[in-house]
Write a protein that binds this ligand. Structure first.
Ligand code: AMP
Length: 465
């Protein structure tokens, strides 16, 4: 089957041709004709399947047929990265049309986004949090009265990230008579319930089929002790067993630490996680895409939405706790029928989570070892310093500073005493130092502590504002 056989407008066919896509992917074959005919869709589709074009092409076709000056399509996406990616795909696919789109997400200024709403941009691609921010502005400039198409992209991810209430708030303000295209990698019960509320007689695509990583992905496990994970990862990079790679860690702290270890080992890398600003994320992704850095260390926030051409490897530095996360991360490689490898480093205490993953994908994954790697050596540094130890180190440093300040004070007092001078000024200065030392120190400790609350606080924006 060809794109021509899908009844798409010549302007869209030209764009597809410009992108060099030889033929539609299975999800595009299934989705485009029904969506083009105006049906609602309920589709199970992984990242990498070509799902974005599966909903953008029929939407563009609809909008270009009867141009109007109004926002007529809204795509809701869970993360900034995914929204930016969908927007980039829209720009490429709408290249030979008059349809315009805008991406609306947090971490960047509201002003240009407000302008996009005011100029009634045809397609708005938004994360739910930032969209609601705009919808509640006093100027009331968001106008969806002419909305014809609503796309929910990666609905299950929205659920995981706690966006269901936000989505319902947005839905309440959209015209009920519209076409809805509902895409999700998995169909847990809250998602199928939501789909029932939102869809009218939808055409169902792949809903009954288990979600699986794309076919071209070679998956393998590298068993190793927790303490030697970073060393093994570096050894795999040095032996070129791993090429350019997105490496997922369980926490932001671990991704920071891994990035430091890689830097010390002379391996160019960038990191991307929820505590990084939008600029830092964009820069990290740009450096990785351009090949300036070889390793992109990431937490799960970016597992969906990143689209890097010719990505050779995904490494799970830690075994994901849920099988769906594994499938999504692994879906970063081997997109649209390319080939790639997905490696998972497995420590003994992660075997239980691994068994769940193997159960979900329906097979045992092969296990590999790296020739010449000393699996018994004792690492010189630990990747992760436990929080209690970090706090103890800060306290010890503070005590040391205080002791030093006290000794200095005593020395000065003794000196002052011997010359007959008063001890008050030196003493107070010393005391002042000691106090400021401790403020600095406790500045360190709230900092260590506050990185958690503020990290948690920033999760909101990071996860889609
Ligand atoms: P997604 O839409 O996130 O599933 O990503 C699919 C990836 O495959 C993107 O990099 C697209 O540019 C690419 N792609 C989409 N459709 C096709 C196609 N028909 N042929 C080749 N590549 C495609």
């Amino acid at each position: 089957m060809t794109f021509e056989s899908l009844g798409l407008d010549p302007a869209l066919l030209r764009a597809v041709h410009d992108l060099g896509w030889p033929k539609p992917t299975p999800i595009q074959l299934d989705a485009i004709p029904s969506a083009r005919d105006g049906h609602d869709l309920l589709a199970c589709a992984m990242t990498g399947s070509g799902k974005t074009a599966a909903f953008l092409l029929p939407t563009l076709q609809r909008l270009m047929k009867h141009p109007k000056r109004a926002t007529r399509a809204l795509v809701l996406a869970p993360t900034r990265e995914l929204a930016a990616q969908v927007h980039a795909d829209l720009l490429a696919l709408a290249k030979h049309t008059n349809v315009r789109g805008a991406a609306i997400f947090g971490g960047v200024g509201m002003g240009p986004q407000e302008a996009a709403f005011r100029s009634q941009t045809d397609v708005i691609i938004a994360t739910p949090g930032r969209l609601l921010d705009h919808m509640s502005q006093p100027g009331r400039y968001v106008n969806f009265t002419a909305l014809e198409v609503l796309v929910l992209d990666e609905a299950d991810r929205m659920l995981d990230m706690g966006f269901l209430p936000d989505i319902k708030r947005v839905l309440a303000q959209l015209p009920p008579k519209r076409q809805t295209l509902f895409f999700s990698a998995t169909m847990p019960k809250p998602i199928s319930d939501l789909s029932r509320q939102m869809l009218h007689a939808p055409v169902r695509i792949n809903v009954e089929r288990q979600s699986m990583p794309a076919v071209g992905i070679e998956q393998a496990l590298w068993p190793v002790s927790e303490a030697l994970k970073a060393d093994l990862f570096i050894a795999l990079l040095r032996a070129n067993v791993i090429g350019n790679v997105i490496c997922f860690t369980r926490t932001k702290h671990r991704s920071n630490r891994l990035s430091d270890v890689l830097t010390r080992a002379g391996i160019p890398n960038a990191k991307i996680h929820g505590n990084r600003s939008q600029n830092q994320r964009t820069e990290a992704l740009g450096d990785f895409k351009s090949g300036k850095v070889r390793v992109l260390v990431a937490t799960d926030i970016v597992a969906r939405g990143i689209d890097v051409e010719a990505l050779e490897h995904v490494v799970n530095f830690d075994v994901p706790h849920v099988p769906e996360d594994y499938i999504h991360r692994v879906g970063r490689t081997a997109r649209a029928e390319a080939t790639g490898e997905a490696f998972t480093l497995v420590a003994p205490d992660e075997e239980t989570d691994l068994r769940q993953i193997e159960k979900a994908i329906g097979r045992k994954l092969p296990r590999r070892t790296l020739d010449g790697f000393n699996y018994k050596h004792v690492p010189t540094e630990r990747l992760e310093v436990p929080l209690a130890e970090r706090i103890a180190a800060i306290r010890a440093k503070k005590a040391e500073d205080r002791a030093r300040a006290k000794a200095k004070l005593e020395r000065r007092s003794a000196g002052a005493g011997s010359t007959g001078g008063g001890h008050s000024s030196g003493g107070h200065a010393g005391g002042g130092h000691a106090r400021s030392g401790s403020t600095g120190g406790s500045g360190g400790s709230p900092k260590a502590g506050s990185s958690r609350p503020s990290g948690a606080g920033r999760r909101g924006p990071g996860r889609g504002r």
